[in-house]
Design a protein around this ligand. Structure first.
Ligand SMILES: Nc1nc2c(c(=O)[nH]1)N[C@H]1C(S)=C(S)[C@@H](COP(=O)(O)O)O[C@H]1N2
Ligand SMILES: [Mo]
Length: 358
């Protein structure tokens, strides 16, 4: 079973020991898990900057303070007694695709797999903020996790903020369940923020503090990290998920090289597509660079991915399959991606080489 043509390794070679260490800690979702509408919890991707914090759940409280009229402290039971919302949400790491940049930026070396769709249960943040009574001049709301580490030589708690108008959107949840079970330690137990449509860094895990600020938040994860950096130029802030389609690589694979083989004839190529900028309206599949439309399923939810299918008549030889999504706002995916120093927002089209033979 020698392939006629070997796929180019789609990443710069020689991962460092440190990158391997990160990659083992932060698992990706096997792409075949896109067959499930809802990703089983153990297959959902993970991204943890430092270590999973050692939280004493019996002493855990959420404090809501800063520029508010009535600072409050809530136990998990208090939060569970509040109105609950359950919704499927597709989450993606902003660094997804990082290892497909050349040169490869430092960090978790994702190819495509930093993705998952879970059914999250929680209570809307907005009502909690209303209860605390935000001051008139609040501009940002800061979310602090219990994990502490060092990044960019700065010792810090994990903190991200949202502008007032984003923090008070109705879909933003304080989530305590994932797929019908209490949050697991690696996903932020006992409570995390969940910001549908945004890249994952916004959804602060192990949440302990919410603070309203009357000035823009200047923390490291907000101002230095998650920027489309070019040299000294920090560049645009990374916010919502760029449009993306991924396919389940068809056929069977060899181990350990993961070359793919397929018999000639009809094959249903399937995948998922999503965007943080609105519903997906189109998915195209490329066969050796010739694009055709895929059939779209209903989206799993307002903030969750949409399945797609492409019926292909596979012919003998080696072929390159690719896919690209377009969202309602007209955003699509590039065939050539502009590099950035942090390796963020790389929604370059996926390419899968398959060897079709009897
Ligand atoms: N406190 C805290 N929250 C965090 C992180 C973290 O390291 N610490 N990582 C963020 C990033 S970069 C991502 S992509 C998501 C990943 O969430 P998951 O591991 O549940 O998939 O969590 C975000 N929330
Ligand atoms: Mo991330």
């Amino acid at each position: 079973m020698e392939p006629a043509e070997i796929a180019l390794t789609p990443t710069d070679p020689a991962l460092s020991y440190e990158e391997l260490e990160l990659a083992f800690r932060n698992r990706g979702m096997p792409l075949e898990a896109m067959r499930y509408d809802i990703t089983p919890t153990g297959m959902h991707y993970l991204l943890i900057h430092w270590d999973i914090p050692d939280l004493d759940l019996s002493a855990w409280r959420l404090s809501v303070g800063g520029a508010v009229d009535r600072p409050i402290e809530l136990t998990l039971d208090d939060l569970r007694r509040r109105p609950a919302v359950t919704m499927p949400v597709t989450m993606e790491c902003a660094g997804n695709g990082r290892a497909r940049f050349s040169p490869r930026p430092e960090g978790q070396p994702w190819l495509h797999e930093a993705i998952g769709t879970a059914e999250w249960t929680g209570t809307p943040l907005r009502h909690v903020l209303e209860e605390a009574g935000l001051a008139e001049d609040v501009v940002d709301v800061v979310f602090t996790g219990a994990d502490i580490g060092i990044q960019g030589d700065v010792r810090q708690e994990y903190q991200r903020s949202l502008a007032l108008e984003d923090a008070t959107r109705e879909e933003v949840l304080l989530a305590y369940e994932m797929n019908g079970r209490p949050l697991e330690p690696q996903h932020g137990a006992p409570l995390r923020l969940l910001v549908p449509g945004w890249y994952g860094m916004t959804s602060v895990k192990w949440l302990t503090r919410i603070e309203a600020l009357t000035r823009p938040f200047d923390g490291f994860q907000q101002q230095a990290a998650y920027r489309m950096q070019q040299g000294d130029e920090l560049g645009a802030y990374v916010t919502r998920m760029a449009a993306r389609a991924l396919m389940i690589p068809p056929g069977i694979t060899d181990y350990p090289f993961r070359r793919r083989y397929l018999a000639p004839g009809p094959v249903s190529v399937r995948g998922r597509a999503w965007s943080g900028y609105g519903p997906i309206v189109r998915v195209e599949v490329g066969v050796d660079g010739a694009w055709s439309d895929a059939k779209l399923d209903e989206a799993v939810g307002r903030y969750a991915w949409r399945g797609w299918t492409f019926d292909w008549d596979a012919t003998d030889g080696s072929h390159e399959l690719s896919c690209r999504a377009t969202d309602e706002a007209g955003n699509s995916q590039p065939l050539d991606q502009e590099w950035n120093a942090q390796g963020l927002g790389n929604n370059l089209v996926q390419r899968v080489v398959v060897h079709v033979q009897r």
